[in-house]
Design a protein around this ligand. Structure first.
Ligand SMILES: C[S@@+](CC[C@H](N)C(=O)[O-])C[C@H]1O[C@@H](n2cnc3c(N)ncnc32)[C@H](O)[C@@H]1O
Length: 223
């Protein structure tokens, strides 16, 4: 194939990627971070990154005491286990690793983030059902998900504002990381997009004259 045809093809792909990146920008929930605490299986990190990217959450933090991940995001983007399980979402959603739960909380708190943890069990001072929570109260919010076996740590519960549960109706104790992060982030991003559509920035800040759309129109969504 002549080189100019190949280059033309590459340019076409680049411009459609750019178009998509522009179209999704207004729908991304700024200052919303998903935190995965000490996951045992790197593949689960990939599945959460996929949910984060798909639902329009801004970033992923990973508490990674076992040093399963490289330090820098650009290195993570080369990790096969992450690119495969996240279907390349790791290339688009920023990921940062921390050595410990306290390091991650310190970083979040210095940057004025509030945290909520998730668990199928009642934990801490304030336990709420997902559908009863108001997740627009704080302009900067981190949502924590626990280890596959141990669940969320008592230290994370201690340093967070509330523990959020998805109601369970079966005989089993809990959902897996991919499913629970999908359900929780769906509800939270939906609430925060609705809020962002009405208010310019932060709670009680000026109301927009016209609310922004909260979903992409169907033609743009299919591009
Ligand atoms: C497989 S579960 C961990 C089960 C663990 N035995 C426990 O006690 O939490 C992994 C993570 O998914 C999330 N999760 C699972 N089911 C949930 C539910 N019903 N409500 C909220 N979060 C849930 C929590 O973050 C939990 O730490």
């Amino acid at each position: 194939m002549p080189l100019d045809r190949v280059d033309g093809g590459t340019e076409k792909v680049k411009s459609s990627v750019r178009k998509r990146a522009d179209a999704i920008k207004p729908f991304i929930c700024k200052n919303l971070v998903a935190v995965i605490e000490a996951p045992s299986d790197v593949r689960n990190i990939g599945t959460v990154i996929r949910n984060v990217n798909a639902l329009g959450c801004e970033k992923v933090y990973v508490v990674d005491p076992a040093t399963a991940l490289p330090d820098e995001w650009h290195q993570m983007r080369e990790e096969r286990a992450l690119t495969r399980t996240s279907v390349s979402a790791v290339k688009w959603s920023f990921v940062k690793r921390f050595d410990s739960t306290d390091d991650c909380f310190d970083h979040l708190e210095v940057n004025n983030f509030h945290s909520v943890v998730t668990s199928p069990h009642i934990k801490g001072q304030k336990s709420i059902w997902l559908h009863e929570g108001d997740f627009t109260e704080h302009s900067k919010l981190a949502v924590w998900f626990g280890n596959e076996k141990r669940g969320i740590s008592s230290r994370a519960v201690e340093r967070s504002d509330a523990c959020v549960s998805i109601p369970m109706f079966g005989m089993i104790e809990s959902l897996n990381l991919a499913t629970s992060s999908g359900i929780v982030l769906y509800e939270i991003t939906k609430q925060r997009r609705a809020y962002q559509s009405v208010y310019r920035k932060g709670r009680g800040r000026s109301k927009r004259s016209e609310p922004l759309p909260t979903v992409m129109n169907r033609e743009d969504a299919q591009k």
